[in-house]
Design a protein around this ligand. Structure first.
Ligand code: MLT
Length: 387
């Protein structure tokens, strides 16, 4: 029986997948698994039973990923599950930055009791005129699941699209429209584009990826769109550029006290993935990944441990070992099995950066003593006997 805790409301589509082997708990200390959306977990250190965290969404900056890796806690995310929702919001943001639809709507609200509204609006409307996005240049920084969708739809809307991603995956490269210009530096985007949309995760390497120097290189009247994370755009430089009129708009899902009321800012309260479809997709993916890990030890879409798929165990037992990526680990594991005359029928050992994950399917019963011996090996983070 596994216990899970939801730190945020998670769509029933996902929760209903948990069967009679799962119960919910309010107590984090009892939880084997956590489902989270945006709740900050950095202070949640006392998690003695926790095996896995699933983030229903892409960003994991609210989770202490490295600390949890050291505790042998696997952190999952759901890449792509809400990509369409965010993509649609980016396009809406671009349209709102091009045409003063917000101002026009506010005018109608203010004049709703005017008996002459039909006549008055024909005079007033020139204040809300704008430009079209067709034939404008958009630069997409980060061509992950969301960036690729934004690039492709912008192309279909008649825009000239530039994409920058030094780590573009093969899968995303296949999905990207061939008409997108793939550039080799963010500067090329800053210098050429009318719209600049950021789609990278927030990490040390990406903090202020749109910085003061980049903003200085931008075209007069450029628009920055940030539906990825707070921290990716240098806010001091941004506000100065908006005040001076160099930038036309900053459209963001991540307002802060500094930018929320600044000139030219169009901001939303983190609504990108807040659609029924995205919430359902993320919840289903998060719960399926958690269940496969808890029941079979398989890992898919973890941000701190490698993907591993050994299917369902067909033998007497499966031993799953999260460990550091250091020499001599496998020899130590197998020597414990051979000492106890345990035959290994299948095995896998995968690595992601500093961490590795080994699975052994064995033909005979592995006793607690052997499990404890493995757990005591220097560099082992967590051992589980799955079956
Ligand atoms: C994400 O990182 O995918 C989004 O922030 C998801 C969300 O809105 O929870």
């Amino acid at each position: 029986m596994f216990q899970y805790k939801c730190l945020n409301p998670i769509s029933e589509c996902g929760i209903s997948l948990f069967d009679e082997n799962y119960t919910t708990t309010d107590n984090l200390q009892d939880a084997d698994a956590v489902l989270v959306r945006s709740a900050a977990m950095h202070d949640m250190k006392d998690v003695p039973n926790l095996l896995a965290v699933a983030r229903a969404g892409a960003g994991v900056n609210n989770i202490p990923v490295e600390d949890y890796a050291e505790k042998g806690i696997v952190v999952f995310n759901t890449p792509g599950a809400n990509a369409n929702g965010v993509k649609e919001m980016v396009i809406a943001g671009m349209l709102l930055a091009s045409r003063d639809l917000i101002g026009g709507h506010a005018w109608v609200e203010e004049n709703k009791d005017n008996a002459d509204i039909t006549k008055a609006m024909e005079k007033a409307k020139k204040a809300f005129a704008g430009t079209e996005i067709k034939d404008k240049k958009i630069g997409v920084i980060g061509l992950g699941a969301i960036g690729v969708l934004v690039a492709n739809v912008a192309k279909n809307l008649g825009m000239d699209v530039y994409g920058y991603d030094p780590y573009l995956s093969l899968k995303n490269a296949w999905n990207l429209s061939r008409s997108v210009h793939h550039v080799s530096s963010a500067d090329e985007i800053f210098e050429n584009c009318d719209f600049i949309s950021v789609h990278v995760p927030l990490m040390d390497a990406t903090r202020n990826i749109v910085g003061r120097e980049g903003i200085a290189k931008m075209k007069e009247g450029a628009v920055i769109l940030n539906f990825a994370r707070n921290g990716l755009v240098d806010e001091d430089a941004l506000v100065e550029a908006l005040e001076s009129g160099k930038l036309r708009h900053y459209v963001t899902d991540f307002p802060t006290p500094k930018v929320a009321g600044a000139k030219g800012v169009i901001a939303f309260p983190h609504l990108g993935a807040s659609t029924e479809e995205s919430e359902d997709n993320c919840a289903v993916m998060a719960v399926e990944q958690l269940m496969d890990y808890l029941e079979n030890g398989n890992i898919k879409n973890s941000v701190n441990f490698p993907n591993t798929d050994m299917g369902v165990c067909q033998t007497e037992g499966r031993i799953a070992i999260l460990h550091r990526n250091i020499p001599n680990m496998l020899t130590q594991f197998t020597s414990i099995f051979s000492k106890d005359n345990i035959n290994i029928t299948e095995m896998s050992n995968k690595t992601k950066g500093k961490y590795s994950y080994a699975i052994f399917d064995v033909e005979s019963v592995v006793d607690e003593e052997a499990i404890n011996e493995i757990a005591a090996i220097d560099g082992v983070l967590k051992v589980r006997l799955i079956k």
